[in-house]
Design a binder for this molecule. Sequence first.
Ligand SMILES: *[C@@H]1O[C@H](CO)[C@@H](O)[C@H](O)[C@H]1NC(C)=O
Ligand SMILES: *[C@@H]1O[C@H](CO)[C@@H](O)[C@H](O)[C@H]1NC(C)=O
Ligand SMILES: *[C@@H]1O[C@H](CO)[C@@H](O)[C@H](O)[C@H]1NC(C)=O
Ligand SMILES: *[C@@H]1O[C@H](CO)[C@@H](O)[C@H](O)[C@H]1NC(C)=O
Ligand SMILES: *[C@@H]1O[C@H](CO)[C@@H](O)[C@H](O)[C@H]1NC(C)=O
Ligand SMILES: *[C@@H]1O[C@H](CO)[C@@H](O)[C@H](O)[C@H]1NC(C)=O
Ligand SMILES: *[C@@H]1O[C@H](CO)[C@@H](O)[C@H](O)[C@H]1NC(C)=O
Length: 360
Amino acid sequence: MRLSTIEWTLLLLLAAVKLVASQALPQLTPRQLAVNQLVNASRILAQQTIADDSPGHISIRDPLAPNLAFLITAGTHPAAQITPADIAVARINDSIVTSAALSGYPAPARPAEIFLHSSIYQRFPNTTVASIAFYRPEQLLPYTMFPDKSSNASAADATVSDMTSLYAATSGAAFMGGYAAPVFDAFDAEPATITPSVDNVVKGFALAQKFGPANARAGSVNETDGFRPLVLMRNDGATVVGTSVPETVFRFVNAVKSARVQWQASAMAFGNGSRPLFLPNAAAKANDAYLRSWLLWMTQIEDSIRADEARSPELWETDDANSTTGDGGGSLASGAVATLLARPQTVPIATAAILLATLL
Ligand SMILES: *[C@@H]1O[C@H](CO)[C@@H](O)[C@H](O)[C@H]1NC(C)=O
Ligand SMILES: *[C@@H]1O[C@H](CO)[C@@H](O)[C@H](O)[C@H]1NC(C)=O
Ligand SMILES: *[C@@H]1O[C@H](CO)[C@@H](O)[C@H](O)[C@H]1NC(C)=O
Ligand SMILES: *[C@@H]1O[C@H](CO)[C@@H](O)[C@H](O)[C@H]1NC(C)=O
Ligand SMILES: *[C@@H]1O[C@H](CO)[C@@H](O)[C@H](O)[C@H]1NC(C)=O
Ligand SMILES: *[C@@H]1O[C@H](CO)[C@@H](O)[C@H](O)[C@H]1NC(C)=O
Ligand SMILES: *[C@@H]1O[C@H](CO)[C@@H](O)[C@H](O)[C@H]1NC(C)=O
């Protein structure tokens, strides 16, 4: 049996995790790892100028109860300053925040748009959607203002006058497939509403449908009526989904880069009339080569994490009863930093995983 790229990558990552776990470092529970990943993702998205001072959030299915709950960045901190204390557990069936993700903290305030996350997790299985991010990058917002294209509109048919719709212009955005990104319009979904925010179940349900039929496979992005991992939201922002937190972050960053390129191309095409060449369907990928980027981005947020931990150590401490930390509780950040950076043995394995992923 020939293993796919992603299987190889996962195998090697598992090996790296096992190697680290076998050393005398604090071991993180699945929930602590998920919390760490969300904290990192939020700070990376801020560093990449996807998230700013306005509300936005990223979530992951709860590793302890993937069919019932999800973890989400919440509370009052902006994206660049999210800490482990800001991660909430919310229920998929009714969007209620039940607790903080780590024991020992009060439940963080839930975001108004929590319905967006619960509705999408309800519609799709964990093999299609395991992480969701909603932010308001201004590079994507112009494309939310022209909701006339069907999500079946093929990139191959696009002309200059179709450049008000967002298509994949770069290889990093290949995850979108060869079709126009769907645009959700909250004012269509609920005519009486006075805000574009997805702040109730009615809008959440309508938004979730834009990602495709409930039985659409993650790999059907290249098909008419297939899965659509990115949905633009009129006057509001965009929601991007993936099968892991790093994949979702990678997609958001690359969608914004692609939008910038398309914007430049539109300026060039103005008054010309030649056909823009977007990525064709044949280039659509189900999996993204996100690992290399994620490892780089982690090093770029490390200083901010260490500085915030020094400033407010209480927001980084955990007494999670399920932690296997020998000394009974410890600092998530130092444990996490040690996990990937202070252990030279793990570097060759991570590098090998990336090289293999590139080669295969
Ligand atoms: C959601 O599920 C929880 C238990 O898993 C249950 O207590 C609660 O009543 C449910 N909410 C709704 C609105 O069905
Ligand atoms: C999806 O959920 C099922 C049932 O909870 C679980 O057995 C499976 O491992 C999960 N798969 C992924 C990819 O998370
Ligand atoms: C879409 O890609 C998948 C592989 O990811 C392939 O099996 C399928 O045939 C493709 N569909 C079309 C319409 O090209
Ligand atoms: C896309 O095309 C399929 C098959 O022709 C159709 O069933 C579906 O309604 C179309 N979706 C949209 C959003 O137009
Ligand atoms: C558009 O630009 C291309 C490349 O400069 C040129 O060959 C073509 O004639 C232009 N078309 C129009 C309609 O101006
Ligand atoms: C510890 O794990 C058990 C079962 O795995 C779970 O029911 C419980 O909620 C966990 N406790 C915490 C604080 O995460
Ligand atoms: C989070 O980022 C820190 C700082 O770069 C890193 O040491 C840690 O391994 C990361 N944790 C996860 C789960 O991504």
